[in-house]
Design a protein around this ligand. Structure first.
Ligand code: GLC
Length: 464
């Protein structure tokens, strides 16, 4: 009882500054972040757009069951679509898993070293997933890592390890919460006060937070339901440099016609295509999140002990190259086990990606997608007067690309350039099945090759 009163008071006080801010922001001032100029936003996001490759980590006590994080709890997902047939851990079992969570092999520095070895430039960690379990020392609920036998603040250790190593650090936080009793009750104000209290903890106790990765709101929930502008005002006040994805409030659901609330609330700084690669978009930043583990017919964001397999190296590299050539980032997900280890097959694959990144990283990091449009054949990135081709499919020993205005002054393989196009030749035996990286040096800027900012489409890159 005493605890409850204390907690209610804490939530109340933590919520105060943001409530006042709401009063200010709803009056006349433009919504936070949305008031930023395009140039200021681009400057805030510079490190992120240059990074191209990050590590997503989904981890909590669900790793004991070896089933999907949150979704595998059998029932009671308030306000939510019962969208997956994942209910395979009975609630009473799932709800007590944390009492056994003791990941004694967890070593934040090792995870960060692994991300660095893979060539990744940032880490996004699940502070709280949909199930509501908190991986930091929150004062607002007992459903946290501090109430496990482990009793160590994982967010703190990871934040410190990242800061020490110069690794950018971001937090995944699920607005949806299937454990908190206030979630979705009435106008959701009590729950959003809890959420603001938690965000205040996360944004004040762990130094610089580089990204906030929101995820998931019940179907039909609206931006006001999430008090999204208030939330953004609070975030902006606490960590104005943070990069925010587009899942704080409802944009995914059709029928979201509430245009009176800041569009920024639903757009955030970047799009988050999930589990797909291969598109091109250079007028708005985006990041594909994808899993290194594949489980037939389902998610494998977190550690899975059932029929899963690690994606082949070629596929992982092509995913990364597809994102970079499409002008986006890849946030590649790993699922540590109940001991706190990133399983050997996942870690091994990441190190292999790192070997590739050491050879070809300059064709990924700090580049933009283009000037050729990506497709099944592969794609290209560019930086100044350099163009990097990532070729996945050849026609025998050749690849034909659309013409360029500039002259190719240097190329790492044989080529012929005419007014009609460019023909590149490479013996099949020298083609790399992960994608052959070819460097072209142009006589002028590669960005100038884009037509009105769009990559060259025709004649479509084709194989012979
Ligand atoms: C989905 C899932 C969630 C996962 C997320 C990552 O929204 O619900 O479990 O964390 O994708 O993008």
């Amino acid at each position: 009882m005493k605890n409850h009163i204390l907690r209610a008071l804490l939530i109340f006080f933590l919520a105060l500054p943001s409530t006042n801010l709401l009063a200010q922001t709803t009056a006349a001032s433009p919504p936070p972040f949305a008031a930023e100029t395009d140039a200021a936003r681009a400057a805030r996001m510079k490190w992120w757009t240059e990074a191209r490759f990050g590590m997503f980590i989904h981890w909590d006590m669900s790793s004991i069951a070896g089933t999907e994080i949150s979704w595998s709890r059998q029932s009671a997902r308030p306000l939510d679509v019962d969208k997956s047939p994942a209910g395979y851990v009975e609630d009473p079992v799932y709800d007590h898993l944390y009492e056994r969570f003791n990941p004694t092999h967890f070593n934040a520095k090792e995870w960060v070293r692994l991300a660095q070895a893979a060539g990744m430039k940032y880490i996004v960690f699940t502070a709280k997933h949909h199930g509501g379990f908190c991986m930091w020392d929150t004062k607002l609920t007992d459903y946290s890592i501090m109430h496990t036998p482990f009793k160590r603040d994982v967010v703190k250790e990871l934040a410190e390890a990242c800061h020490q190593a110069g690794m950018r650090f971001g937090l995944y936080y699920s607005p949806r919460d299937w454990h908190q009793p206030d979630y979705g009750v009435g106008d959701n104000a009590k729950y959003t006060a809890y959420m603001k209290g938690q965000l205040t903890e996360l944004l004040t106790q762990y130094g610089k937070i580089d990204c906030l990765w929101f995820d998931g709101f019940g179907a039909g929930d609206s931006i006001p339901f999430w008090h999204a502008d208030e939330m953004l005002a609070l975030i902006q006040k606490l960590q104005p440099q943070v990069i925010i994805n587009n899942r704080l409030a409802n944009i995914w659901f059709p029928g979201n016609t509430n245009t009176t609330i800041s569009a920024y609330s639903s757009l955030g700084d970047h799009d988050t295509p999930e589990g797909t690669v291969g598109s091109f978009q250079n007028n708005r930043p985006w990041e594909t999140c994808h899993m290194i583990i594949h489980t037939p017919g389902g998610y494998a964001w977190s550690y899975r002990s059932d029929q899963n397999f690690i994606r082949p190296l070629d596929e992982c590299i092509q995913m990364l190259a597809s994102c970079a050539t499409g002008d986006g980032n890849l946030l590649l997900d790993v699922g540590p086990n109940a001991l706190g280890e990133i399983p050997a097959d996942q870690a091994g694959r990441l190190r292999e990606m790192g070997e590739w990144m050491r050879k070809h990283g300059e064709s990924i990091c700090g580049t933009r997608g283009g000037p050729f449009h990506n497709g099944a054949w592969g794609g290209s990135t560019y930086k100044d007067n350099l163009v990097y081709l990532h070729v996945f499919q050849w026609g025998g020993d050749r690849l034909v690309l659309p013409p360029l205005k500039a002259k190719i002054v240097k190329c790492s393989i044989a080529f012929k350039q005419t007014a009609d196009g460019i023909t590149l030749t490479l013996p099949v035996s020298q083609q790399d099945k992960s994608g052959t990286v070819i460097e072209l040096t142009l006589s002028g800027s590669a960005a100038d090759e884009m037509r009105r900012g769009q990559p060259l489409k025709g004649p479509a890159p084709k194989t012979l």
